[in-house]
Design a binder for this molecule. Structure first.
Ligand SMILES: [Zn+2]
Length: 264
């Protein structure tokens, strides 16, 4: 008798549990339908704006408006900033060539775009910059050996604090144009280097000396590989040269430096 009433209670409780589950599913379904219904309305009320100038984007624009792209100074191979940086990098002895899209102008739209990529985690913005950089590189360079795309690493403490490495998203964008793999963990930054922006040229070189190493847990042979080494902005080139020296010491055939921008 007692066991039968227990079974009846158990069965009613089971029904109630199943009902609650169905209610949960139904509520979730209604919420997602409402979200889908209101998404276009959200875009209507809050239309997407340019990350650099806040003007409304046209339907074929993403993140950055065409006027801001046009306001960025593109680097020609005859540009003195490009020639001086490439010559300096080659003079350091580890980088074979340099490709870079824009001159970094303080207060310009590119500074805002790179700042938001770096500190707000808009990785799609990095991919868009990577596509543009990839097109620039592909129009000028011909690769005969297998290519590896390697981002300049952040120190693990900085990466943990920021949550990601902005150069990785630039590399990802580049692979849409250049058929190559991205190797984000290949290099490691051993020392938490000082911010390069406040240092003089010689101090920057000393700052990155022995700062980089090949990740001992990464077993990728570099023999006869062309490595495309990617940073967001190259200034003196000390960081890129520090990374390139490690790659060559471990068998890479040559290192090509690439960046979205060059800063004087
Ligand atoms: Zn804009």
């Amino acid at each position: 008798m007692r066991s039968q009433s227990w079974k009846r209670w158990e069965s009613r409780a089971g029904v109630r549990g199943a009902s609650r589950q169905h209610v949960r599913w139904a509520v979730r379904g209604v919420i997602s339908a409402v979200q889908r219904f209101f998404l276009p309305l959200g875009e209507f009320i809050f239309p997407p704006v340019c990350v650099a100038c806040d003007s409304y984007l046209a339907t074929d624009e993403q993140y950055v408006c065409e006027a801001c792209w046009r306001a960025m100074r593109t680097l020609q191979s005859s540009d003195s900033l490009y020639r001086e940086t490439r010559d300096r990098l080659r003079g350091m002895g580890h980088v074979d060539d340099l490709f870079s899209c824009f001159a970094f102008d303080r207060e310009g739209p590119l500074q805002v775009v790179l700042h938001r990529l770096k500190y707000e985690g808009i990785t799609a913005l990095g991919e868009e910059l990577g596509v543009r950089l990839g097109k620039h590189v592909a129009s000028l360079a011909h690769f005969h050996a297998p290519v590896m795309i390697v981002p300049v690493p952040l120190h693990h403490a900085k990466q943990r604090e920021r949550g990601y490495n902005q150069s990785v998203s630039i590399c990802t964008g580049m692979t849409r144009i250049i058929p190559a793999g991205v190797f984000p963990g290949l290099l490691i930054r051993r020392r938490y280097t000082l911010s390069q922006t406040t240092l003089r040229r010689e101090e920057r070189r000393l700052n990155v000396l022995n700062a980089f190493a090949l990740n001992p847990r990464y077993h990728v042979p570099l023999d006869n590989r062309t490595v495309v080494l990617v940073d967001d902005v190259i200034t003196t080139g000390a960081t890129i040269d520090g990374c390139a020296s490690i790659l060559l010491a471990h068998g890479a055939q040559r290192v090509i430096a690439c960046s979205v921008a060059l800063a004087p």
